[in-house]
Design a protein around this ligand. Structure first.
Ligand code: E4P
Length: 214
C-alpha cells in the first residue's frame, strides 16, 4: 500500500518525507487555502520536494477549462497528477487528459458507480472519501470495498486511493481491502506507529537495563 500525505503544508510534507515512507501528496483547494500562501508557490515547493505523484486540483467546472487548467498545472513538474471532480464535465476532462498521457486523480467519489465511470474514462486514481461518508452516518469503508471489488472484477489499472482518512482504523481497513493508496494528514501518519504498550514496554526495558550491576 502506498502512503500519500493529504496536505498543503510544506513543513508537514517535509516531516512525513523524512520518515522515509512517503510515496506522494494530495492537495485540494481547501488545504491550499489553509496555508494562507499563494497556490503557485506551494505547488512548486511540493513538486520539487516530493519525487512521487502530487495531486493538484482544478477549479474550473467546464470540461474545456478543466483540460486547460490540468495541462497548465503540469508546469510544476512531471509528477503532477491532475485532480478532477467527478461530474459529467469532469468525465470528459478525464478522458481528454488521460488520452494525452496526463494522469488524473478523480476526486469527491461518494458512490461506486462514480468510480467505475472514472476508471472507464481512463483515470489513474479514484479517491473515495471515507470520513465525509462516516460524518453523515454512512459507511465510508463499504464504498472503498465495493470499488476494489469492481476494479478487480474488470482488471482496471486505475488505483483506489482511500481519501478523507481521519484515523488509523480507516488505514487498516483500507489496507485489508486492498486499496492501492491511502492519503492522510501528518497526524494520522504519526499515529500509525504509536501504541501505549510499546511505550510502556520500552520504558521497562530501559529501567531493567539500567538496573543491571556492572
Ligand atoms: C483527498 O484527496 C482529499 O484532499 C481529502 O482526503 C479530503 O479529506 P477531508 O474530508 O478530511 O477534507
Amino acid at each position: 500500500m502506498k502512503f500519500f500525505i493529504d496536505s498543503g503544508n510544506v513543513e508537514d510534507i517535509r516531516e512525513a518525507g523524512e520518515l522515509g515512507l512517503l510515496d506522494g501528496v494530495t492537495t485540494n483547494p481547501s488545504l491550499i487555502a489553509k496555508t494562507g500562501r499563494k497556490f503557485e508557490d506551494v505547488a512548486q515547493e511540493i513538486c520539487d520536494l516530493v519525487p512521487g505523484p502530487v495531486s493538484l486540483e482544478v477549479v474550473g467546472l467546464n470540461w474545456k477549462e478543466m483540460v486547460a487548467e490540468g495541462k497548465a498545472l503540469r508546469k510544476y513538474g512531471d509528477n503532477v497528477v491532475v485532480k478532477i471532480p467527478i461530474t459529467a464535465d469532469g468525465l470528459k476532462a478525464i478522458k481528454a487528459l488521460s488520452s494525452e498521457g496526463i494522469p488524473v486523480n478523480t476526486t469527491l467519489i461518494f458512490q461506486p458507480l462514480q468510480a467505475l465511470l472514472a476508471a472507464k474514462a481512463g483515470a489513474a486514481y479514484v479517491s473515495p472519501f471515507i470520513g465525509r461518508h462516516d460524518d453523515i452516518g454512512q459507511d465510508g469503508m463499504l464504498l472503498v470495498s465495493e470499488i476494489v471489488q469492481i476494479f478487480d472484477a474488470y482488471n482496471f489499472e486505475t488505483e483506489v486511493l482511500a481519501a478523507s482518512i481521519r484515523h488509523p482504523i480507516h488505514v487498516l481497513e483500507a489496507a485489508k481491502m486492498g486499496a492501492h493508496v491511502a492519503t492522510m494528514p501528518l497526524k494520522v501518519i504519526k499515529q500509525l506507529v504509536e501504541h501505549p504498550l510499546t511505550d510502556i514496554g520500552l520504558k521497562k526495558f530501559l529501567e531493567d537495563w539500567h538496573s543491571i550491576k556492572a
